[in-house]
Ligand binder design. Structure first.
Ligand code: AP5
Length: 217
């Protein structure tokens, strides 16, 4: 099954994608992670993307399309994929349609996660992840079971994202409402959208998404 998780920054897309990856073997395809990887390797694409990401702005469509189309071309998606953070503009959505059509891949659904803006800043500024395995945590909502030790790999090193500060979050929210939210209508016209309450506790959101996926199958 191939789905898109759509929602504002901090909605819980990464959290839920990580869970679906574990429970269903679907591959999480996060353009944010791919761009951060490009930055960490010092590639030309990463250098170009960094200044947009640091400012909380969307990276230009052509750069993002280049990395996602290469990723979709690798032959390891037999258990399906979860697009996390892509598409983010109507142009990207149209391009995705044509990439999938070319590759003969079907998009099964779009899960739109609804969360009020005032909750998002608190979620994003409290977020951190394991520096070794990438497992995601939150100071309040999802601390490691043993303080200072990763539940997944036992590492004691954690990191916070450079763009997880209040000022950048405001800009990211503005980009979301201006450029990404209109995509919901684009996919609703195709009958693909299912909504979940992203303000519910993490386990409840997972249960709702699993319920939706069970109906799509
Ligand atoms: P990206 O990395 O995609 O970031 P984002 O969309 O801003 O989303 P986040 O990763 O911040 O949030 P999330 O929804 O995954 O939430 P999470 O699960 O971590 O993009 C970063 C940048 O890259 C963009 O600004 C842009 O510049 C660029 N970019 C990426 N893709 C692009 C594209 N397609 N086009 C152009 N530019 C692109 O949850 C957040 C926190 O809340 C966590 O700590 C979690 O534990 C907690 N939490 C989650 N769910 C719940 C819950 N239900 N209740 C309580 N707490 C919760």
């Amino acid at each position: 099954m191939n789905i898109i998780l759509l929602g504002p920054p901090g909605a819980g897309k990464g959290t839920q994608a990580e869970r679906l990856q574990k429970s269903r073997g679907m591959k999480q395809l996060s353009t944010g992670d791919m761009l951060r990887e490009e930055i960490s390797t010092g590639s030309e694409l990463g250098l170009q993307a960094k200044r947009y990401m640091d400012a909380g702005k969307l990276v230009p469509d052509d750069l993002v399309v280049r990395i996602i189309s290469e990723r979709l071309g690798r032959g390891d998606l037999e258990n399906g994929f979860i697009l996390d953070g892509f598409p983010r503009t109507t142009e990207q959505a149209r391009t995705l349609d044509s990439i999938l059509a070319d590759k003969g891949i079907r998009l099964d659904g779009v899960v739109a996660m609804r969360v009020d803006d005032d909750l998002l800043t608190e979620r994003i500024t409290g977020r951190f992840s394991c520096a070794k395995c990438g497992a995601g945590y939150h100071d309040v909502h999802k601390p490691p079971r043993k303080p200072g030790v990763c539940d997944e790999c036992g590492s004691t090193e954690f990191s916070r994202r450079a763009d997880d500060n209040e000022e950048t979050v405001r800009q990211r929210l503005s980009e979301y409402h201006g450029q990404t939210e209109p995509i919901i209508a684009y996919y609703a016209e195709k009958g693909l959208v299912r909504e979940v309450d992203g303000m519910a506790p993490i386990d409840d959101v997972t249960r709702d998404i699993e319920g939706i996926l069970a109906c799509v199958q």
